[in-house]
Write a protein that binds this ligand. Structure first.
Ligand code: UDP
Length: 554
């Protein structure tokens, strides 16, 4: 059946259910953005020009909100707890509904069992019949619950699963045996999925798929009126929980206060939290739409280093604020920071919000060393002088998210047998390298299309994420299978050699002066790097403002 766009969200709102603060938060958000989603649906509908879209049967099991996982988030919704995940789930639900798919939503193990048709009760009672869904969106908690309650059959059906995973999972952590043998084992990884089945909140390593969320959009009239009503000396501090304000923040808060009126939205019960200085005008935790109003007046939205990579800076920038944030020197990662410890990634986080730093940048974002009070001081003065327009990257608009999720649903297929190695007839196409095949050979169906492939060799020690980025491209893990062969390695003029199981491969070993191929397709990794290796990298082009999609990907 064809999936027709939906602009009415009432069925979805009924499906989400009631009885928890987290659900009310998500429903308020869905209602507040309804008009914006409807407009986006109409635009995308026109853009796709009646293209056939399969209607999928989709199960959405929100593991972290189930009682069985302890649901620590719901009680904190009104108390300054994390809201980013709920923002994202609300938007995923809406996007899937608007795209016209057939949804079942589960927020408990009981509902999960009901939808999957496995007998209720404890123990792993395998699902015997076919899976009644084309796709299952869940998170790490939900995956664990499905393992417990679907038993062995999860293995059989796991290609249908998509895992919403805020910070991402790198291939080395995802491969159970490899992770165990090489020190990449964590509490989360080791599911042996295709790494693109993990879907992140921001475009972190392209080994994962970028799911994202949306932010409020403004029309031209609103943009103009915001710019006219900006209060040049008004700052809002990023941090809704008092603990985010503690320790060592007084120094730069004082400097900030010399120039600006400082506002906060810190949760409190009865009294001002002691961490928040008296000169700060604290509004208490605000409902989302009131926060937006505050951001519309403010000139500066300032981060103190935590929370990492949340939605709020994008909302601030979309409402015409400049976002000022600390640079991390050295970068934070699972090796040196408590928050990231045990997360299945080695990603190095260079500032509080690397997406804002790298994808948006000046004039909307300033990333400075907060330990240098001169640098901090001059940043504040520069911000007061600078005029900016409200800005929202296309990939964080409703249309951008619909376009991306549409493309994933229609094109990503992890169930088809994956020819890990390029077929012999294709690899005989001479030594022109992968670029050569792209133009003159009918490749096996690939998405992104093979025409988007650009083969590059990294510097010593550099990952493919960096190598592709520095050439204006993005690493595309789906293309690894086309460059994991002798012909592609001719680019580096090396003796080829064996294939091994190592997430750095395919690569050239500088020490041994030889090349190695990858033997385990699950370990193809954009993120991998190692000091004495030059990696062979499958890069691709991307659309402006929609890094998840190549130019011919729609
Ligand atoms: N937020 C809110 N009221 C406030 C402060 C924040 O509703 O007073 C919302 C904000 O609009 C954003 C969400 O909380 O969408 C998550 O914000 P944050 O970036 O702090 O990420 P988190 O750490 O909560 O995941």
């Amino acid at each position: 059946q064809h999936a027709a766009f939906r602009t009415d969200l009432s069925v979805l709102l009924d499906q989400v259910g009631t009885g928890k603060e987290s659900l009310s938060f998500m429903k308020r958000r869905i209602r507040r953005l309804a008009q914006q989603w409807a407009t986006a649906a109409n635009h995308l509908d026109a853009k796709l020009e009646q293209r056939w879209r399969d209607q999928k049967k989709i199960l959405i099991h929100v593991g972290f909100l189930t009682e069985e996982s302890g649901d620590v988030f719901s009680p904190k919704v009104l108390k300054g707890g994390p809201l980013g995940e709920m923002v994202q789930w609300a938007d995923i639900l809406t996007a899937l509904h608007v795209l016209g798919h057939n949804l079942k939503i589960s927020m408990s193990v009981k509902e999960l069992q009901g939808f999957l048709g496995v007998p209720p009760g404890r123990g792993s009672c395998p699902l015997t019949g076919p899976l009644p869904f084309d796709l299952i969106y869940t998170d790490y908690h939900g995956l664990q619950q499905m393992k417990q309650h679907m038993g062995l059959s999860l293995k059989k059906h796991k290609c249908h699963v998509r895992v919403i995973d805020t910070f991402g999972t790198e291939p080395a952590y995802n491969h159970e045996e490899y992770a165990t043998l090489h020190g990449y084992r964590t509490n989360w990884g080791y599911w042996n999925l295709n790494a693109r089945q993990y879907m992140t909140m921001f475009p972190h390593t392209p080994d994962n798929s970028f799911m994202g969320f949306v932010s409020e959009e403004l029309n031209e009239t609103e943009k103009r009126s915001i710019q006219q009503n900006k209060v040049n000396n008004m700052a809002v501090v990023y941090g809704k929980e008092a603990s985010m304000w503690k320790q060592g923040k007084e120094g730069f808060l004082q400097i900030l206060h010399r120039y600006m009126e400082v506002h906060g939205t810190v949760y409190y019960e009865t009294q001002r939290p002691p961490e928040v200085p008296a000169f700060v005008k604290n509004h208490g935790l605000l409902p989302q739409h009131e926060l937006q109003q505050l951001l519309r007046k403010a000139k500066l939205f300032i981060g103190f280093g935590f929370p990492y990579e949340g939605p709020a800076p994008l909302e601030a920038i979309a409402n015409g604020c400049i976002f000022l944030q600390p640079k991390f020197h050295p970068p934070h990662s699972s090796l040196n920071h408590e928050f990231f410890r045990g997360k299945p990634t080695s990603r190095e986080v260079s500032s509080q919000h690397p997406y804002a730093e790298q994808y948006i940048g000046k004039p909307h974002v300033m990333t400075v060393d907060y330990n240098n009070s001169l640098e901090f001081d001059s940043a504040i003065r520069e911000i007061m002088r600078t005029k900016v327009e409200p800005y929202l990257p296309y990939e964080y608009t409703c249309e951008g998210m619909l376009e991306r999720v549409h493309a994933y649903i229609q094109h990503q297929d992890f169930c088809a047998p994956d020819p890990a190695f390029i077929p012999a007839n294709l690899s005989k196409q001479g030594s022109a390298g992968a670029l050569g095949w792209a133009s003159n050979v009918t490749a096996p169906p690939a998405w992104p299309p093979l025409s988007s492939l650009r083969l590059l060799v990294s510097q010593e020690g550099q990952s493919c994420v960096e190598a592709c980025q520095s050439a204006g491209f993005i690493c595309e893990p789906a293309h690894f299978r086309f460059i994991n062969n002798k012909e592609a390695l001719l680019e580096v003029q090396c003796e080829v050699v064996d294939s091994e199981i190592n997430h750095i491969l395919p690569a050239f070993s500088v020490v041994r002066q030889e090349c190695g191929l990858q033997r385990e397709p699950l370990l193809f990794s954009c993120a991998g790097h190692s000091p004495k290796y030059r990696r062979l990298c499958p890069c691709r082009d991307f659309r402006r403002g929609q890094v998840a999609l190549c130019r011919n990907c729609l």
